[in-house]
Design a protein around this ligand. Structure first.
Ligand code: HEC
Length: 122
């Protein structure tokens, strides 16, 4: 009986040690999250920067599409009559516009979210 109890408490110790190591692992930033905004920037450079500036205001931009300089700090989107919001930007990226191409087949939801995190950081 005593050895059964010892065995059970040993099992309990092992399980709680495992649980501890799992929760410790969860707290560490995942490798791909560390450079999250850099990933967003690369996605932006690969897909958007040909047509949308981000580091210069509209007045200085010579690109085809509107500049996204400090987009999320503005009162309104450059063209759409609404406050900048993630859902709208996401829809526009997925489905494009009259001229802008759609990216639904090229970028997945996670990539679009990362890209918008980058836009929001500027
Ligand atoms: C080939 C050029 C081109 C590319 C590439 C492009 N866009 Fe656009 N985008 C435009 C043009 C032109 C408009 C405005 C006219 C329209 O909607 O077609 C626009 C409009 C937008 C709008 C709406 C702005 C508003 O005020 O309503 C958003 C948001 C947007 N683009 C985001 C992006 C993002 C993010 C990317 C990269 C994934 C991207 N675009 C890639 C040309 C482009």
């Amino acid at each position: 009986m005593r050895s059964l109890f010892a065995a059970l408490s040993f099992v309990a110790v092992v399980i709680s040690a495992l649980a501890l190591s799992v929760s410790a692992a969860e707290k560490k930033p995942l490798p791909w999250e560390k450079n999250h905004l850099q990933v967003g920037q690369s996605l932006y450079r690969a897909n958007c920067v040909v047509c949308h500036d981000i580091d210069r205001p509209q007045a200085e931009s010579k690109k085809f599409g509107p500049s996204f300089y400090q987009l999320f700090r503005r009162d309104k989107m450059p063209l759409a009559n609404m406050k900048p919001n993630r859902d709208y930007v996401k829809l526009r990226v997925k489905f494009g516009g009259a001229i802008m191409p759609a990216f639904a087949k090229k970028l997945n939801d996670t990539e679009i979210d990362t890209l918008i995190d980058y836009l929001q950081s500027k």
